[in-house]
Design a binder for this molecule. Structure first.
Ligand SMILES: [Zn+2]
Length: 495
């Protein structure tokens, strides 16, 4: 049986359409899922929407809509964006679905029965924006720093609490035994420090919210949004839990790292599940030096960006411009420069040279030399296995530059076709070009699937689902008869 690989995006709030930060997370998950498929893993890739939230209720009211009607509309918008961006998820969960409600009630009951969930009174401050309780030390001028426009609420109500404090030692032991649990490492260190300071139990239910999943042991309370949201990752694999759980990678934003790095393993253990293998944490983006926010009005819509430019340009820039984990500035001009240099020039040069040479030689091509730069392929694989997408892309583009340089050094355009020399040299150059170009296209498939399939067809060795990075394909000289001049693979933008 093939190895399995289960990767997730966060479930996105359904009170808004996804922004470019969400697209970044979805692109990461999609690319890694695709790569694992190429490596013959059995892959599950889940995404979805978080609907059981007071924010959704408020948004529905603002729009004069029924809550479920509003949630349906937003779920459709999310799916449309991912479908139009070639995000090939295998599962899409909505937290209002019966399969999810049943699971959450099941795990709540388990934790209640073993004493990890107990009744208490919550007395304190709460930010509606974060949907999270706040300590005085979290606030600036009695406002949440992330939601300065929202009043902090004072709450005193009966709640149920999760006994997180019980899991402190087990968490620290787990971190010590799993040094790669959170990537990048400096994000992991923040979590470890936080846990060492001591953990407090946290509230898992609300009395005042009515839109949500009722506690199985107290129907007057609904479970609190985080507890409900996190278990979506298990909802996807209920049919075959023993195969798919634990998840291999949760791609998450740095704003939810504590919930995933601390609460989530403890909640899972309490309900007799294993902790996930890896958290891959992304940073924050700013736009042209400014924080991206609705109030500033500079939100980048991935749908509009893709329509104006292209999906591949957005993905390329996000991956090359922002190493996973770091904050960065989205610079529109830089995105165009990068696209022109990497996709429009470098790859097109290679393809164009291959086309010119095969048109010149067609009819005289005799033998097949298969010589590829194996060290590039190995380097690429180690980057992908380490979830280092930027270095993997860099490796592929450097590989393309080296093959371009190889052609420059051998000056095939200077070799006259009627000399003895041409048979040997031009054939060698042509086959080295096609075999390496094919490898580069396969490396780039997880990133730019549609265009790389086109590239593979244009060099006469079309995509089929048995191709692998390490194959030694024998190329029949007759493939060259399909080669045509054609349009550039990626149109250059600007002058
Ligand atoms: Zn807040």
């Amino acid at each position: 049986m093939a190895d399995k690989f289960y990767i997730t995006t966060p479930i996105y709030y359904s009170n808004d359409v996804p922004h470019v930060g969400h697209a970044y997370s979805s692109f990461i998950a999609d690319t890694l899922a695709y790569y694992k498929r190429l490596e013959w893993f059995d892959v599950k890739f889940s995404t979805g929407v978080d609907e059981n939230s007071q924010k959704v209720v408020e948004k529905a009211q603002e729009n004069w809509m029924d809550v479920m009607q509003y949630a349906d509309m937003m779920a459709t918008k999310h799916r449309e964006l991912w479908d139009n961006s070639w995000i090939r998820y295998t599962d899409f969960v909505r937290t209002t679905e019966p399969r999810h409600r049943e699971l959450v009630q099941k795990v709540l009951q388990k934790s209640f029965d073993n004493g990890d969930i107990y009744e208490g009174v919550y007395n304190g401050m709460y930010c509606v924006g974060c949907e999270w309780f706040k300590k005085e030390s979290d606030l600036i001028n009695w406002r949440c720093p992330d939601h300065p426009n929202k009043e902090i609420q004072h709450l005193a109500e009966k709640n149920y609490f999760f006994r997180l404090s019980k899991y402190q030692d087990r968490l620290l032991e787990f971190y010590a035994n799993n040094p790669d649990f959170v990537k990048p490492r400096y994000k992991f260190n923040e979590i470890i420090e936080f846990v060492k300071w001591g953990l407090e139990d946290f509230s898992v239910s609300r009395e005042t919210n009515k839109f949500g999943i009722p506690l199985p042991f107290d129907a007057d309370q609904v479970t609190y949004v985080w507890y409900d949201a996190l278990f979506n990752y298990v909802t996807y694999c209920q049919e075959d839990e023993s195969k798919w759980w634990p998840a291999d990678v949760h791609v998450i934003g740095k704003d939810i790292i504590r919930f995933h790095g601390i609460y989530w393993p403890a909640m899972l253990w309490s309900a007799w599940y294993e902790a996930p293998h890896n958290l891959l944490v992304t940073g924050y983006l700013t736009l042209d030096g400014q924080k991206i926010s609705k109030s500033i009005g500079n939100v980048i819509s991935p749908a509009e960006y893709i329509e104006e430019y292209s999906r591949d340009m957005l993905l390329l820039y996000l991956f090359m411009g922002f190493p996973i984990g770091e904050d960065g500035d989205f610079d529109r001009a830089q995105a165009i420069l990068m696209y022109n240099a990497k996709l429009s020039n470098n790859l097109w040069n290679l393809l164009n040279r291959f086309i010119a040479l095969s048109l010149k030689l067609w009819g005289t091509i005799t033998w097949d030399v298969w010589k590829v730069w194996n060290e590039k392929i190995e380097l690429y694989q180690s980057c992908m296995n380490d979830y280092n997408l930027r270095s993997a892309l860099e490796t592929a583009f450097e590989y393309a530059s080296e093959i371009n340089k190889y052609v420059d050094d051998n000056t095939p355009w200077k070799i006259s076709i009627d000399t003895e020399e041409w048979t040997k040299n031009l054939n060698d150059i042509l086959f080295i070009l096609i075999s390496n170009l094919r490898k580069i296209a396969i490396m780039l498939l997880p990133f730019f699937d549609v265009k790389m399939r086109e590239l593979l067809s244009r060099i006469g060795t079309p995509y089929d689902d048995t191709l692998t990075l390490t194959e030694n394909l024998s190329i029949d000289p007759s493939v060259f008869h399909v080669v045509e001049k054609g349009e550039p693979l990626y149109m250059r933008i600007g002058k």
